[in-house]
Ligand binder design. Structure first.
Ligand code: HSE
Length: 445
């Protein structure tokens, strides 16, 4: 066998510990597949641990580890965008390959990090950054390499999906389920990243880049979380044949002149109950990809947790081990022989327009709380029809408070600016009690 591959693991939280456990459990399989021994030489941790193999050096100086001659591949699982960035840039400059689960860092600084990696002929692998254990990065960069991707829709935050599932199935309160997700190691260090949609937006930015060959543009992702979703809307959606899920969309649009633009958005969405995506529950993630000529394909699995994330981290390590193995003594990768970081060769990334929220097109679920007066429904539907909005279904519920009726309207797809104008007008009607509740809707057809 060739000389062993030496790993450094920076961060011993849920994921770092999961990687150590995976290597302990599956080392024979890893060696049989790669033809190389794989050893952890260094771990980076602020608190020294007495449950770590004494042959592994523990060090709080992450920059020193990143530059160490005793390391071939640096696994960054500390998270965050400051120290993690410094460490990764340092590792790249010292010729180390990097495996990271850090979606926030790559979504915000990936363009810079990947460019530096290209210059230094090393690779930054990030399968674990999106959808946990589902090998979606490998699928999109490699298995779908011959396809033109038209759109993708993904449930890409396990914590959010776990919360939505528990609320719907068991009527459990939001805060209680979030605490459980934190205990299970699913949630981000700052759980607002999960429930406000930011974590999903980070992942969507990565998926969109490798789908369409565009630079990372996290700042252009429209982002809405699940904190405003009520059990009332969950139940009305079910009655109408839909389920509310937090979904990330990356959609290629073509206008009448044939010009292409892209929608990047994460938000709660009503999707038909009978599509597979609507039945992705708990911490599971799934990504539905519509590509030409393949059509729709769906990728499903655990989106968070130690085992799932460690599986993705080590799949990246195995890819690198094979490339390094083929290069003999030289640890540098020949860029032209390696899958590009963002699936397309860097000079071919395009500056396709990313649409602003008011330019995006979706269906809508509206809930209007109105006084039970004659003509209210007619007023609302007239405003929608004057705005050119096509109504697909209407549901008027019995008064839940004396004299107040919830009116539920489902519309066909409409440009958001048209819907904004219509909602502003509806809210000026005298019979309307509260602000109109709106949730986007997609048939995923
Ligand atoms: N907090 C993330 C989630 C972890 O819940 O999906 C995996 O990225």
């Amino acid at each position: 066998m060739s000389k062993p591959i030496k790993l450094a693991i920076l961060g011993l939280g849920t994921v770092g510990t999961g990687v150590i456990n995976l290597i302990n459990d599956n080392l024979d399989e890893l060696k049989r597949r790669s033809g190389r021994d794989i050893i952890i030489t260094e771990v980076g941790t602020r608190r020294m641990r007495d449950d770590i193999d004494p042959d592994i050096s523990q060090n709080a100086d992450l920059l020193a580890i990143a530059a160490s001659d005793n390391v071939d591949i640096v696994i960054e699982v500390i998270g965050g965008t400051t120290l993690a960035k410094d460490v990764i840039m340092h590792a790249i400059k010292h010729g180390k390959h990097v495996v990271t689960a850090n979606k926030a860092l790559l979504a915000e600084h990936g363009n810079e990090i990947f460019a530096l990696a290209e210059t230094h002929h090393v690779h930054v692998a990030y399968e674990a950054a999106v959808a946990g254990g589902i090998p979606i990065i490998k699928v999109m960069r490699e298995a779908l390499a011959a396809n033109k991707i038209e759109w993708l829709a993904g449930i890409i935050n396990g914590t959010g999906n776990f919360i939505m599932t528990e609320m719907r199935d068991k009527g459990r309160p939001f805060a209680e389920v979030l605490t459980e997700a934190q205990e299970l190691g699913y949630a981000e260090a700052d759980p607002t990243f999960d429930v406000e949609g930011i974590d999903a937006a980070h992942k969507l930015a990565l998926l969109a880049s490798i789908a369409f060959g565009i630079p990372l543009q996290f700042d252009k992702v429209y982002c809405e979380g699940i904190t405003e979703i009520t059990l009332q809307d969950v139940s009305y959606a079910e009655e109408l044949g839909y389920r509310i899920k937090h979904v990330g969309f990356a959609v290629r649009r073509s206008d009448a002149n044939g010009d292409t633009s892209i929608e990047l958005r994460v938000h709660p969405t009503l999707i038909p109950q009978d599509v597979l995506l609507a039945n992705v529950n708990g911490v599971k993630n799934a990504v539905l990809v519509n590509s030409h000529p393949l059509g729709q394909t769906l990728y499903y699995g655990d989106g968070a947790g130690a085992g799932a994330t460690a599986s993705a981290v080590m799949a990246d390590v195995m890819d690198l081990v094979r490339v390094l193995g083929s290069n003999g003594q030289d640890n540098h990768i020949n860029n032209s022989h390696h899958v590009p970081h963002l699936a397309f060769i860097p000079e071919q990334l395009s500056d396709t327009t990313i649409l602003r929220a008011e330019q995006m097109t979706t269906g809508y679920y509206l809930r209007v709380n109105a006084h039970d007066n004659p003509g209210v429904l007619a007023d609302i539907t007239r405003i929608l029809s004057d705005a050119g909005i096509n109504i697909d279904a209407i549901l008027q519920k019995p008064a839940h408070k004396v004299g107040q009726v919830p009116v539920i309207i489902v519309t066909l797809p409409v440009v958001e600016s048209q819907m904004n104008t219509a909602i502003e007008k509806i809210e000026t009607l005298e019979s309307i009690i509260d602000k109109v509740v709106r949730i986007r809707l997609d048939e995923l057809a």
